[in-house]
Design a protein around this ligand. Sequence first.
Ligand code: FDA
Length: 299
Amino acid sequence: MSFFNYAVSKTIMHVPSPVVHHFAKDYVAGNDLDDAVRVCRELSAKGIESTLDILGEYITKKEQALPFKQDCIDILETIHRDKLDANLSVKPSQMGLLMDYDFAFNNLRDIVARAAELNGFVRIDMEDIECNEDTIKIYRILREEFPDHVGTALQSYMRNAMDHLELLGDGPINLRLVKGIFIVTRQQAWRDPELITRNYIQLLERMFELGAYVGIATHDERLYYEAQKLIKKFGLKREQYEFQMLLGVDPELRDLIVSEGHRLRVYIPYGKQWLGYSRRRLLENPNIARAALGQMLRG
Ligand code: FDA
């Protein structure tokens, strides 16, 4: 990251929410589940699947988790009832992981159990370092009980990502592979983008060797190219992996991936708590972040 981009990333946290909203609205479907369903149907008409996410994270009181849990169950029931090409993504911190492991585990278990009853699927997002080990632990326990209905994510910027993957090698593996977006220290995560990309490719290869189902989540054209090579090398069929992208990011690449015959799933966040998510999206796009800062400085 250049010094300028580093400075942008530090400053973006102070951009007022109306400015963030203006620049980030393409990344969020809207305030309500109906908005997410509408976007999901639009994508479905183009042969694209979805994963729905109710925005909200890092709750500070246990009572805050319960409405989010109900939202997650509503999403699963809506997907089932309306026969949507979609699954659910959920954040462990939204279920209280940073306050009480058992409480969060039970919430996540209830959600995955409901998904299993409805033949649905839940992807547990990977958040920052505080959640990392516990998220892997929860996934390992839940996949024993619901092997076809739960997955999690690994981040290639984490220096211990390969160790976590090997740990998961003792059972069925369903992982989303990402570079990683949270603020982490040098001891925890690689900072060099080239190294993060190389680690991504090595992790993907090892995942395929272990027979994992992988959601290859990236907008990086080079990784798309490398993933295609690995898919060929392992002779994988279309049903044995998928690509994943975020709503609002590079629709041109998205359409290309679909036109080349791969499955593609778009992450659709919705809800009123869009600020944290939107700031992270701006951080990933220095051009838009610069424009947002410029607007803030101009008032
Ligand atoms: P990279 O950042 O190199 O971007 C590649 C290209 O895409 C660049 O040209 C870049 O400018 C463009 N681009 C990327 N983001 C953009 C944006 N917001 N707006 C416009 N252009 C953009 N992380 C995490 O830690 N835990 C998780 O659970 C998840 N979950 C997740 C799900 C899905 C479906 C995706 C696609 C991503 C995540 N992430 C995540 C985020 C992930 O860690 C990573 O930060 C982003 O995907 C960006 O990395 P890329 O691989 O796209 O490469």
